[in-house]
Design a binder for this molecule. Sequence first.
Ligand SMILES: [Zn+2]
Length: 252
Amino acid sequence: MNELGRPARRIPGIGGGEINYRRRQFIRGKANELILKLWQLEKSRRGPALRFRELLPLQPKQIAIELLLLEYEELEEIGYLSIGPLRVTLAGLLDRDKSLIAVSARLSLEIKRFTAAHEIGHFVLHPEITSLREDPRTDTAIRAPLRSVKEKEADLFAAELLMPERFFNQVFANLWGDDDIDCDHLDDNHAYYLTQGELSPLEISKLSRLERAKLVARQIPMTTADALPMAEIFGVSPTAAGIQLLDSGRVR
Ligand SMILES: [Zn+2]
């Protein structure tokens, strides 16, 4: 479902379904190739000691232009998608013939970044798609279960591109330590850290899995004064970071 409560658009001829394990590994590998190329490129400019952390948040615009040799545009008006009587403002487009990716300039920075990374995902993973216009990669859209496999693949690619697993886990460990956060078994101190004293361990245990993960994504430990929350470090919404926290098993 999109934010209007209607089923999200599907690419014609492609039904719903899940991404199998081998395909997930393939998609992660493709995202990682680009990330390593970007790191090499920046090391050649800024010196071999450049840490990956200094590249965060990653810029899909730079990846599109410098690594994939695509045009990248931010447009005031991409157009509308008609769903029955409703019109949804389009958020992104891919035009393979023109080697162009465009995103709506009206989106928030986080959604713009995720939408651009999603279009890069289609460009890298789906050579048969020559042109595509789509609705925003909002929090609701990212979670929608009824989308086509290709849409889920592009979202997975975007998540891996913006929050590469290895570095995501490192940042998590720096903020929260080596242990995963088990929201069913928090003590009072942990609950206090996660919600600034607003929720008890029992109240947290009653939240949905994603809501728990979002708490972690947008919070910093009270013991780490100069840090940013994970969602801000990676430049994504708390929902996108929360999904990655669940996928990586760091939060349960
Ligand atoms: Zn898409």
